[in-house]
Design a protein around this ligand. Structure first.
Ligand code: AMP
Length: 294
């Protein structure tokens, strides 16, 4: 496996759906002295996912992407059924991005009828998406703990677009002694600043035009901080006012929290995260930015 794998089109990644087979493949890769690198996804892959795969693909690594639309992380009124599924395109993107193997189990494989165990990362999941999507992070933590067992990886790669998810997973890995490292990767954006997301395809052209307001609002908070504003309430209000200038947007939350604990703060005197969730039509978009006072 060469370093040029990042740019050279390669043969299609292996596509595996069974638990026993994936486990055996990982054991074989280990015997060949590869480090196992895992990129968990829900498919409908875009450049954001590709950047994770490329960062995972180093000379001696064996890169496994998982594609699984995890039903238990969706609320009853959310878009599980409508979530875009594009296996052919995903396979091509994986081949271009240095992925060796795709694990794409079906729902019955991951959740046999009698399965009922759930994993909850109780504190970290409380604010932001945890509050607005009850049960979401229980679904995320449960599926990832299953994947971490099935695929004993050395490093798992996650995108900072899902900032709270990164913290939930880091906490879980530490609390449950999973022997793997979590690598957090930068947010990949469209040219106008919109964070790439599988859900962007729900946007009609007018909504797509206005959706850039999330990034603008985060940029505004960053600018105000640089100009000396430290009051978290005023920064938050500035973000809310900016979002309100996009008539098709419906705010779910705008928060400024401690970047590590996600606790509420009054002032940005240490590293904080500005986090947003905004509905545009059928799409619920999230984005965030780190706020670092000088
Ligand atoms: P998803 O398929 O949406 O569950 O995402 C799978 C992984 O890709 C997660 O770790 C996401 O945070 C990451 N990801 C999704 N979109 C982006 C993006 N625009 N930039 C960086 N990482 C991303």
């Amino acid at each position: 496996m060469g370093a040029d794998r990042n740019v050279t089109p390669r043969k299609p990644a292996l596509w595996i759906t069974g638990k026993k087979e994936i486990f055996e493949r990982v054991q074989t890769a280990r015997l060949l002295n590869h480090t196992i690198r895992l990129v968990p996804t829900m498919g409908n892959l875009h450049e954001g996912h590709a950047s994770l795969c490329r960062q995972a693909a180093e000379e001696t690594s064996f890169v496994i992407a998982t594609i699984f639309v995890n039903p238990i992380q969706f609320g009853p009124k959310e878009d599980f059924a409508a979530y875009p599924r594009t296996p052919e395109e995903d396979r091509e993107l994986c081949a271009r991005s240095g992925v060796d193997l795709i694990f794409a189990p079906n729902v019955e494989t991951m959740y046999p009828a009698d399965s009922c165990t759930r994993v909850q990362v109780s504190e970290t999941e409380k604010p932001l998406c945890g509050r607005h999507r009850p049960g979401h992070f229980i679904g995320v933590a449960t599926v990832l703990s299953k994947l971490f067992h099935l695929i004993p990886a050395d490093i798992a790669f996650f995108g900072l677009k899902d900032y709270q998810q990164c913290l939930v997973i880091e906490r879980m890995v530490e609390d449950l002694d999973f022997p793997l490292k979590i690598r957090k990767c930068p947010i990949v954006r469209e040219p106008d600043g919109l964070a790439m997301s599988s859900r962007n395809r729900y946007l009609n052209p007018e909504e797509r035009g206005q959706a850039v307001i999330l990034k603008r609002s985060l940029d505004l908070a960053t600018r105000l901080l640089q100009q000396g504003e430290r009051d978290a309430g005023r920064l938050r209000q500035a973000m809310i006012d900016e979002i309100a200038s996009a008539p098709l947007g419906r705010l779910d939350y705008a928060e400024i929290l401690d970047a590590q604990s996600l606790a509420s703060i009054d002032r940005v005197d240490r590293s904080a995260v500005a986090a947003l969730a905004v509905h545009f039509g059928k799409a619920r978009l999230i984005d965030n930015a780190l706020l670092n006072p000088m």
